[in-house]
Design a protein around this ligand. Structure first.
Ligand code: APR
Length: 248
């Protein structure tokens, strides 16, 4: 891995811009389970229960399952950034990384200090009202739902929804446009800790390569774009990213 990291670091140093595209594998070392693979979330929960149509048809049942899913993902809630998050934040501080486009909703990139974070799938730290669109912290609302208020409602009477993009829900334009803008200007894209199987994130690496960027995939397993990546690094993110940050 040393030689490929040396070459990637040299390319980042000479690049006008490098952007990271991250997935659940970056948060896995913090104890947040991934979605796919052995012991993945979708091995334990039925993805259909968290579809936007289910939320619309049965918000009470959706929230009952959502409380359990959140507990499975966040445990007793003390997840913290790991060395991979910190390495990306350090590379942003030194000007080697322009920002992070993430599929993760846990806010760990921001807590590690990364300033420019585009959350493609929203945030699990807030809920929003489907009527007045007011947002509020998710924690107390999840506790109300756990206590039986299902679905939890806004002061205006509207039903509250986690501020994440559900399957079947249209992506908000702003994060996607910001991701296109950030990635469009990158000479190097680091696709890190993602199976790259869910659109639109899955299509972003190829789009960046078509714009002339060099693609580095850093992931434990192969991904659909690993074969065409300039750098295919099969490694743990908590080893590869700090080692890369040390080299740039
Ligand atoms: N180091 C490197 N790679 C890792 C590590 C690690 N420590 N741990 C896991 N991985 C890799 C796995 O091999 C897998 O390929 O991270 C990837 C995680 O893939 P997924 O679980 O599919 O997560 P992600 O790609 O982020 O899923 C995308 O799917 O369910 C939706 O909205 C959800 O945002 C999520 C989206």
């Amino acid at each position: 891995m040393d030689e490929v990291l040396d070459a990637l670091a040299a390319e980042i140093r000479s690049a006008d811009g490098t952007v990271a595209l991250t997935g659940a594998g970056v948060s896995a070392p913090s104890g947040v389970p991934t979605f796919r693979g052995e012991d993945g979330i979708w091995e334990r929960f039925d993805q259909r229960d968290f579809h936007f149509r289910r939320f619309q048809a049965d918000p009470a049942g959706f929230w009952a399952d959502r409380v359990d899913l959140r507990a499975a993902m966040l445990g007793d809630g003390d997840v913290s950034p790991n060395a991979a998050h910190e390495a990306l934040a350090a590379m942003e501080t030194t000007g080697h990384v322009d920002g992070v486009v993430t599929q993760n909703v846990d806010g760990l990139h921001q807590r590690a200090g990364t300033e420019r974070v585009v959350e493609l799938h929203g945030s699990n730290r807030e809920v929003e009202c489907v009527d007045c669109e007011a947002r509020q912290p998710a924690g107390p609302v999840v506790e109300r739902a756990r206590g039986g208020e299902r679905p939890p409602t806004c002061d205006c009477g509207g039903v509250l929804k986690p501020a994440v993009v559900l399957f079947g829900e249209s992506m908000p334009d702003d994060p996607l446009l910001e991701a296109y803008d950030l990635l469009g200007g990158a000479d190097v894209v680091l696709a890190v800790g993602s199976s790259l199987t869910v659109q639109p994130a899955a299509g972003l690496p190829k789009r960046a390569q078509q714009s002339g960027a060099a693609l580095a995939v850093i992931n434990l397993e192969s991904t659909p774009v690993s074969g065409r990546a300039e750098y295919d690094i099969r490694a743990d993110v908590t080893e590869a990213l700090p080692a890369l940050a040390d080299r740039v």
